[in-house]
Design a protein around this ligand. Structure first.
Ligand code: CMC
Length: 428
């Protein structure tokens, strides 16, 4: 029998259908709620609200499980490259050999930026935050790629998706080069996705540069781990922006803006700044106390998650990758890593963190890896944006193809002034 939920308001009773997905909690279908009851539901922060139907990514926060199209994240991170995961997110299946080669070829041949985009960079101050540059340059793409802006045309959508995924490493690496005052390095078609990014970051026209394969693999893995995470703030931003019919470049620029905040993608930068501020293992106690103090706004960055109430599976993989990278680079003593390890241990044993189910999240270790690779702190969130573009664009495509899709238009609980007569200037 079909399940439903009943609501009684005074003498009236209303029934709402309950819908079940392939796994995860059921949802109450309240699409007719306002029409039938005259009331809105109220859920700031969307803690109990499903905003869409999706078949891309599934998270079981209690088990610490993350699946893309059914595949566990650790299997994907260990066995695939980033391009295969991007293909999976976009198309629903892992590519066979031929599809993989075609996809990699197509992505590779879209990595160059329109030459006039150079001019865009020179409009920024040299000390501009890379996220500001990413937001601006990606938004500007809609002024450069007019031939792929018809969102009703599947070919246009595919080309825009490829352009975004392919060009993001170039945009990010150039933001870094611009901050240094070094010449931009063009992508190389003989390199893979993560390799190309490292090459464009560190090569100069003056000498040969060889990408370290261990670092390229670590970067590839980090990109996989950040590729998608269902309806988080930035993905929901992309969907909401796209629900009005805005072009994909504008939507992804909106996603980048949302990701920038320290509660979301900006946390990796915030973790490193926090570890530097703590400065020494002996001061960890003091900071844990601050994090627990209700009257202190300080939070342990890289801890806690809206959905995970268990270890973030991405953090587990990253802590292994972190060790591999530090070994490869011969880093024997890394004071920040020492602080991170001791902080993690202390927090995991502390009643406050246990009771609130606050575990390290993906951002806790990524910053240490980036730092060891020589990536500056301000680039950390840009790397997250680079990786998440694949998830954003897969979710955007899914939304456009959804026959139930409507413009996103939430309502409100109004608590402001009710109607009153206009006051002329002399009487205010
Ligand atoms: N340190 C100390 N206390 C915390 C922390 C923390 N990092 N995170 C949550 N709490 C406490 C919070 O004070 C609250 O306590 P109480 O119930 O007594 O008021 C309780 O735990 C629940 O927190 P919340 O803010 O209601 O939970 P939320 O789901 O709204 O927030 C979060 C999730 C990720 C924004 C939050 O845990 C946080 O600010 N963490 C630090 C920033 C961070 O690492 N962000 C990266 C998230 S993972 C990558 C991504 O998605 O971008």
């Amino acid at each position: 029998m079909a399940k439903s939920v009943s609501l009684t308001v005074g003498d009236n009773s209303y029934d709402f259908p309950v819908l079940g997905g392939s796994t995860g909690p059921d949802v109450v279908d309240i699409r007719k709620f306002y029409a039938e009851t005259g009331m809105f539901t109220y859920d700031p922060g969307f803690t109990s609200t499903g905003s869409c139907e999706s078949a891309i990514t599934y998270i079981d926060g209690d088990k610490g499980m993350l699946l893309h199209r059914g595949y566990p994240i650790d299997d994907l991170a260990k066995n695939c490259n980033f391009e295969e995961v991007a293909y999976l997110l976009l198309n629903g299946e892992l590519p066979n050999k031929e599809d993989k080669e075609t996809f990699e070829h197509d992505i590779t041949y879209h990595t160059m930026l329109h030459e006039q985009i150079h001019n865009f960079y020179s409009g920024f101050r040299r000390d501009a935050h890379p996220m500001a540059i990413m937001c601006g340059v990606v938004g500007a793409f809609s002024a450069f790629y007019h031939d792929s802006l018809d969102i009703t045309n599947p070919d246009h959508r595919r080309i825009s998706s490829y352009r975004l995924i392919a060009k993001m490493p170039t945009i990010a690496a150039w933001a870094y080069k611009y901050s240094l005052g070094q010449p931009f390095i063009y992508p190389r078609n003989d390199l893979g996705y993560a390799e190309n990014f490292l090459y464009m970051m560190y090569a100069t026209p003056c000498e040969d540069y060889e990408v370290n394969p261990t670092l390229a693999r670590a970067m590839d893995r980090i990109l996989i781990l950040h590729a998608d995470h269902e309806q988080n703030a930035s993905t929901s931003t992309v969907r909401l922006a796209g629900s009005s019919g805005a072009n994909p470049f504008a939507c992804i620029a909106a996603g980048i803006a949302s990701l920038w905040g320290p509660a979301h993608g900006g946390a990796n930068e915030a973790v490193l700044n926090m570890l530097k501020e703590i400065g020494d293992v002996s001061r960890i106690d003091e900071y844990v106390k601050k994090a627990k103090d209700k009257n202190d706004p300080f939070r342990l960055m890289g801890f806690g998650h809206r959905v995970y109430k268990n270890y973030d599976p991405r953090a587990t993989i990253l802590s292994e990758t972190c060790k591999e990278v530090l070994d490869e680079l011969g880093v024997k003593d890394n004071p920040l890593l020492d602080i991170a390890v001791a902080l993690e241990k202390l927090a995991l044993e502390d009643e406050y963190f246990i009771e609130k189910k606050l575990y390290p999240n993906v951002d806790f270790y990524s910053g240490i890896i980036f730092q060891a690779m020589g990536i500056p702190v301000t680039m950390f969130t840009a790397l997250f944006a680079l990786a998440r573009t694949t998830g954003w664009i897969a979710q955007w495509n899914e939304m456009i193809e959804d026959p139930q899709q409507k413009i996103g238009r939430p309502r409100q609980l109004f608590t402001g002034q009710t109607e009153r007569p206009y006051l002329p200037l002399g009487k205010r």
